[in-house]
Design a protein around this ligand. Sequence first.
Ligand code: HEM
Length: 187
Amino acid sequence: MATPEIIARLRAATGAAHARLEAALDLVERVADAGERRRLVAGFLALHEGAEARLAPWLAPHAGLEPGTRLRASLIRADLALLGGAVETDAPQAPEVGSLGRALGWLYVLEGSTLGGRTIHRALETRGLDARGLGFLNPYGEAAGARWRAFVAELDRLHRTGEADRDEIVAGGVDGFEHASKVLCGA
Ligand code: HEM
């Protein structure tokens, strides 16, 4: 599949933010410590819970996005329970979304993290670390590639039909990374 224009634009607009977040998160180091692992997963829960509340009304009418099986807060809650349950976080509230385009940009950020999740699981294995409480990082297992391609195809379709505005989608991706960075890294 050739890279759709909307994905190329999202990558151009958010690639640097992704690299900064990945470096600042220092995930594989942090999850080696049980307390840090629990705090990190609590951060992911705050990110997904907050974002999903904003996104759900925009995504619900679009069955092609498969929102029912993409939104992961409940999975993260179950993972956090394995690590001892909720901890206080002072995560800022997710901003208003305001358009389908913006919601899609945010969903790009949340779904894209399932690609990195597979790399993270492999890195844990290499270091001899278990993945307890981190299943949500790799929610689709072997189907990860297919689920990503299905999301990209639907995002591309909604962009090409004009149902979702290009600049709004890109702005949603930028907002999503900015918010993820605040919630997960406090910066
Ligand atoms: C330590 C943490 C992370 C690592 C090591 C990591 C690594 C990666 C890798 C290797 C890919 C590319 C996979 C491929 O091309 O097959 C990827 C894609 C992506 N990741 Fe991350 N990631 C991390 C955290 C995150 C987080 C926290 C988010 C968002 C909340 C995120 C969002 C994305 C997005 C949107 C893409 C898709 C980019 C695209 O193909 O257009 N990542 N990540």
